[in-house]
Design a protein around this ligand. Structure first.
Ligand code: HEM
Length: 219
């Protein structure tokens, strides 16, 4: 019965074709360093899933943000677990994405014909760091408030556009409800949208061109 349903779906959706292209494609003999891109991908999906659950109880306003997090930690069933995974997942994702970048750089995987994979990767790196920066403010505790005060001040110290960027990030001269609203919407809508789009191109390139093999001295 299950086989019949699968054949029926396969005829219409071309599942075998998708499976062969995405999961059963030929890859060169590689090593563990080549798993870091997939590890980052798994962490990204985990962050998306736990983040969606967190938005059920999190309230992005200065009056309620802190309490809503306390409620997630102490009142919601498994809230501490979901938040814990989201917190540590974020740290791990930054580590894996940086290691993934170092591996592709060290093994010269950015060279022809993978320049676009590298360029989309640069956007993904910046977006991942942006997710960390915007997410850090959301608990609206002392650490979050002052870290963002310092972070936005650093942006403000850049020549020419610095002051403008600082004002745009803060939504005024100081951190306020506007800053929290901006960081929240950047964290759950704008940056994830960029990541989804650019990640789609990144992975399309990986599948279309295939991954590089371990470079040798005479390459
Ligand atoms: C959200 C972040 C990212 C995800 C989910 C991701 C995912 C992946 C995956 C699954 C692969 C194939 C397996 C592998 O080689 O590890 C890959 C390959 C690649 N990635 Fe990323 N990546 C990300 C960020 C980056 C960054 C920051 C860079 C560099 C600036 C980068 C550059 C590359 C390159 C050049 C390849 C081709 C590697 C090869 O052919 O050997 N990626 N990526």
């Amino acid at each position: 019965m299950a086989a019949k349903i699968m054949t029926w779906l396969d005829e219409r959706l071309g599942l075998t074709g998708i499976y062969n292209t995405v999961l059963d494609r030929k890859v060169p003999k590689v090593n563990w360093w080549y798993t870091l891109g997939s590890a980052t991908l798994v962490l990204f999906l985990l962050q998306a899933a736990t983040g969606i659950f967190l938005t059920v109880y999190y309230v992005p306003s200065p009056d309620h943000a802190y309490e809503s997090i306390q409620y997630i930690m102490n009142g919601v069933a498994f809230g501490w677990l979901i938040r814990g995974i989201h917190h540590w997942g974020a740290t791990l994702m930054v580590i894996t994405v940086v290691l993934h970048m170092l591996r592709t750089f060290y093994m010269a995987a950015y060279k022809y014909p993978r320049e676009l994979t590298w360029m989309t990767g640069v956007v993904l790196l910046l977006a991942t760091l942006g997710m960390g920066f915007t997410g850090y403010l959301l608990p609206w505790n002392q650490k979050a408030y002052w870290a963002t005060t310092v972070g936005t001040k650093i942006a403000g110290s850049a020549p020419f556009l610095g002051t403008f960027v600082e004002r745009v990030l803060r939504g005024g001269s100081d951190l306020s409800a506007v800053t929290l609203a901006r960081f929240f919407s950047a964290h759950i809508w704008f940056i994830p949208a960029v990541i989804l789009l650019v990640l789609g191109i990144h992975l399309y390139m990986v599948i279309r061109i295939g991954i590089s093999s371990v470079p040798h001295e005479d390459d």
